[in-house]
Ligand binder design. Structure first.
Ligand code: PMT
Length: 410
């Protein structure tokens, strides 16, 4: 389940191209994240995929005809236009987009597209020359100017043998486009720097010191922020989870690299959320050669890493700084102390000794400590929803920060 999709209705238009079969996967994913899906297929889409497949996957009747008495009496075209929280068309062919750009409605899909007031998301897929044609480019521009979200297409090998732009975007990117269209753009124009994951401190070329962070909490914050319209840069330590679509990612390994990347991004950021579990120590003089097994175990000397958040706390002017405290005991007192020491605006405390919170798991329960002494509790929730609560808290601080920025000399 995904909070942005839960209980929302996506009317998914499928137009005819070789990528039509990929819409089956999109329907499955939409159902998985909790959306209700109503599929409309054009005549040519039915040449590639059978409506029965989409009906089975979407758990709803598939609509294909504008003038079919049964379909029109069950869920007519106006009803489809009305129930849509988003109208997504994937794949969107050159033909369908040309008709939409010119207000032509000669079948069910284009009629619903003209009749709906819901946001529209288009995922084009076609031959590279069709995509580059001035007519297609002009139509896409028109539709984007009218507010449609265009996801892709991507470049690569095309089914027709050509190489270039025209491939349907990957399903996660289309899902993110729909997720964003479903979300109020409350962070539009805000630049957020998020850190996530662990750092790795080399011992020698084959070994390193690290911690249990999976990156899930930080990635959930990055994804939720970009959905709300923020421009997000994610400085990520090594993780194996999929990168959130629509987010600029800077990959780092060590705390030193994270420090460098963060300080480079910091001046442009309005908000910093430091969910990364940064190693407090690095190995002094990490070996260039593999340490060999010998009688006596080698001793490893540690040196402190830079405290990235504290550095940003010293430098901050307009920025909202959000730190995380990963604690196993005395959670509240450590979080309050870190909030002060690092000159942060919010500290998010989690008890990492719990099995259902903190490292690796999909859920978390946090307490938010504010610089003005307030405390908010999230309750145990999926990390996506915890991310939403953290962003809600940040949004409430934004007007004050903007006021401060406006008072600063140019
Ligand atoms: O990644 P997941 O598996 O989803 O797990 C999520 C999480 C438990 C990692 C996350 O919720 C969390 O608590 N992240 C912060 C972990 C941490 O390093 O906490 P800390 O109390 O040691 O550090 C306090 C703050 O200072 C953190 O914001 C940290 O990013 C920052 N810090 C710490 C050390 C350092 N050298 N530089 C820093 O900036």
């Amino acid at each position: 389940m995904d909070p942005a999709f839960k209980g929302r209705t996506i009317v998914l238009g499928i137009s005819g191209g070789i990528a039509s079969y990929k819409a089956c996967e999109l329907v499955r994913e939409l159902v998985k994240v909790g959306a209700g899906v109503r599929v409309i297929m054009t005549k040519s889409a039915q040449e590639f995929v059978r409506p029965m497949t989409l009906q089975t996957l979407s758990l709803n009747p598939v609509s294909t005809e504008l003038f079919d008495l049964t379909q029109e009496s069950q869920i007519g075209h106006m009803e489809l236009a009305r129930v849509a929280d988003v109208l997504a068309i994937a794949p969107a062919t050159a033909n369908v987009m040309a008709k939409m750009a010119h207000g032509i409605c000669d079948d069910l899909l284009t009629t619903v597209a003209l009749a709906t007031t819901a946001p529209i998301v288009l995922a084009p897929a076609m031959n590279v020359h069709m995509w580059r044609h001035v007519a297609t480019q002009a139509n896409v521009k028109t539709l984007a100017e009218r507010g449609a979200t265009i996801v892709g297409p991507e470049a690569g090998d095309l089914a027709c043998g050509d190489v270039g732009e025209g491939r349907l975007s990957e399903i996660p990117a289309i899902l993110e486009g729909i997720g964003k269209a479903l979300t109020r753009q409350t962070l539009s124009g805000v630049r957020i720097l998020v850190t996530a994951g662990p750092t790795r401190e080399p011992v020698d070329p084959v070994r390193y010191l690290t911690n249990r962070s999976s990156g899930k909490m930080g990635y959930a914050i990055a994804r939720a922020a970009q959905r709300r319209g923020a421009e997000v840069v994610l400085v990520s330590g090594p993780t194996s989870i999929p990168l959130p679509a629509g987010v600029r990612v800077v990959r780092v390994e060590t705390a030193k690299e994270m420090h460098e990347a963060c300080l480079k991004e910091f001046p442009r950021a309005d908000v910093v959320v430091k969910a990364a579990a940064v190693a407090d120590f690095a190995v002094k003089d990490a070996g260039k050669k593999k340490i060999k097994r010998r009688e006596q175990a080698p001793s490893i000397e540690l040196v402190p890493n830079p405290d990235i958040l504290a550095d940003m706390g010293r430098k901050k002017d307009r920025q909202i700084l959000v730190g995380f405290a990963a604690e196993t005991h005395d959670v509240a007192s450590y979080a309050k102390a870190k909030l002060k020491e690092k000159n942060a605006d919010i500290f998010v405390a989690n008890d990492v000794s719990r099995a259902d919170a903190g490292f690796e798991v999909d859920t978390n329960e946090v307490e938010l400590y504010f610089a003005d002494g307030r405390v908010e509790r999230s309750g145990l929730l999926p990390k996506d929803e915890v991310a939403g609560k953290i962003l809600d808290a940040i949004e409430k601080l934004l007007p004050a920060i903007h006021q401060k920025a406006n008072q600063m000399p140019a």
